[in-house]
Write a protein that binds this ligand. Sequence first.
Ligand code: NOJ
Length: 553
Amino acid sequence: MKWFHEAVGYQIYPKSFSDSNGDGIGDLNGIRQRLEYLHDLGVTLLWLGPIYSSPMDDNGYDVSDFYNIADEYGTLDEFRLLLKEANALGIRIVLDLVLNHTSDEHPWFIESRSNLDNPKRDYYIWAKGKLVDGVEVEPTNWASFFGGSAWQKDDTTGEYYMKIFSNKMPDLNWESQAMRDELYSMVRFWCDQGVSGFRVDAVAHLDRAPLVDSTMDHDGRYKPDWRQFSNRDKVFEYLNELHDVVAPYDVLTVGEVGGGATLEEAIRYVGYDQHRLDMVFTFDHNWKNGAWNSLSEDYQPQLDLPGLKEDFARFQIGLYEKSWHALYWLNHDHPRVMSQYGNVSYHKESGKMLAATLYFMWGTPFIYNGEEIGMTNADFTSLDQFKDVAIQRKIEELEPHYSKERILRHLLVVSRDNSRTPMQWSSQNNGGFTTGTPWIKVNDNHSWLNVEAQLADPDSILQFYKQLFRVRRTVLSTVLYGTFELIDSALFAYRRVGETTLLVLSNFTDQALPYEHAVNIKQVLLQNYPQLVDTKSLVLRAYETLVLEVSND
Ligand code: NOJ
């Protein structure tokens, strides 16, 4: 058993968590001031979004110095203090590790772009443009995740550099052993500082196909053919190297693998016998409400509950005893789960139901900051309130085709900014996040939806999270190591069989729904309605959830 099997993780988006100095941006001292809160919640592992020096084109995922802390966030000494105080409370810290790209302001890239013969030229991926009918175009027709081409022309040498994210995030060339060695030294540096591991950003993309146009059937000029740079064989070789680098340290590695990775690919990343990563974040369960159709005129959000169950079951069953796994509802790249699968009209019920449904599966939980109080998507009223570099690009692409209202409606269900609005600590100005002007609008619902109010309310979502993690400890061996079985039902129903047998029943609708099978209840471990359901007929009310210990028959 590894220490992280039992951990309760919590993801902090540093820019939006807690601002200690009134500049409108979260910072390390702000996080430090909230350690007691996190400890009280039951958190034992913090994943911090990138805190390195950065021009912040993509809020820190564009790193300009891997060995320093962003000015906005603090100093290396402040980081050491945060680490020390967190560790003293039994909370370990895991850093975001950005290995796919740097900022274009990183000294390596400044050198690399300076001339064709620079020793750092091959730290990045450079290629000449192609002539098509006498006109120069990008080396391939591949699209970038953030819109437009995956290539950017650089005037100094007239060549193009690859950038699968923003223009200011040139992709590193993992074929270069010298470049890889530099990254590995940096990884050792942070391990030596005492961090407990890494969430490895964009790990699926470290290798690309030969530079040949995609033949994908797609109308646009640039083809969103992510297979050209996802989950390719060499990525797995590189991860064996990274594994050797961190092996002397007792650290955890979680890879961001994204959507579309098959179970077999997941096992290649994290199988116990593969010597690569400890767990992966897959994205399949994040988009089961049709949100991507929200540009269409007749869009109605609609939960695909069978699809959602299937996404979880695939990994719960397929990875069982083959690897470890990460459990999470959302991260900073997704809308808020309360808005995706919950229901603000049943705020308490659905917020609690979502927690119980997820955290009795096996794996290490990662709560996303604000999830524990049921924060919702942003309440922006105009397009200029969005800050995400990827969204700004998207708005430019959509504006010629759709009305502003339609684009706004769309972004209010799909945008990454939905989960990046500041943490709502209190009903005070700016939700108690900052005394200054927040870098992004605070949701007005902080008037009632905030930590302070939920700490004072024994029946709040926040209190339920605490209770949940206490109860979970009492049946931990079953939760962590028992088998998982999805049960055929209109509810989200599953059974865990280990030292005890657990049955988790959740109603994802606002209608009463019966559980269709007979049950022999030994004990109700957790419930989200004050009065118990009639345990004979087991009809679950709107968004009701029950965690039961049952006889195994
Ligand atoms: C994945 C991160 O989660 C996302 O926020 C970022 O934009 C890209 N990787 C690029 O680093």
